[in-house]
Write a protein that binds this ligand. Sequence first.
Ligand code: SIN
Ligand code: MN
Length: 211
Amino acid sequence: MKESADPPPIRPVPQQIGGFVHYPGWLDAPEQAALRDDLRGVVAAAPLFAPVTPSGKAMSVRMTSAGRFGWVSDRRGYRYSETHPNGRPWPAIPARVLDIWQAVAGTDRSPDCCLINFYDDRAKMGLHQDRDEADFTQPVVSISLGDDALFRIGATTRGGPTQSLWLRSGDVLVMGGAARLRFHGIDRIARGTSLLLPNGGRLNLTLRVVT
Ligand code: SIN
Ligand code: MN
């Protein structure tokens, strides 16, 4: 009898936290390495850039995007843009990334933005809401690669109670449903907790339906 193909990977049981759905270790080590290699292609076509806030303050993350829209921040404001700051369109979202969306997002729509944030061990992201998308019934799906990150979840209003969890390499988090507009951010990166990225740090992908 012909040998069957490799068995499908065993996926983790989702865990609810603050209305978000956390899949710890959704990607196994070979899948993480393959995704990292896909992202090298994206970053070669659309280099990471250092954004500033509209008030001119340097952000500690570096970012780029894939898809029809990318996220940009500069003195003109925060916004989705069809072009990289270098004027070129963004590269396509890798198929491997779209497969993750399809498996966890629970919607027929496809993401039209994959924001890629790179955190070195000093980078963080303040509590914020993702609310520049047209349809809040569509989730935001986050994929983490590289060093561990302490992720904080707040309420849907600023100043509410918060809770934290560590996001580790290969984790997927779905921010949707009633929790879609919860504040969230990254307090710190734990240096040296992953060997996936040769120079350390963390990559986070957030997939969004913009229109
Ligand atoms: C974001 O909210 O855009 C990024 C979250 C993360 O880095 O996990
Ligand atoms: Mn966000």
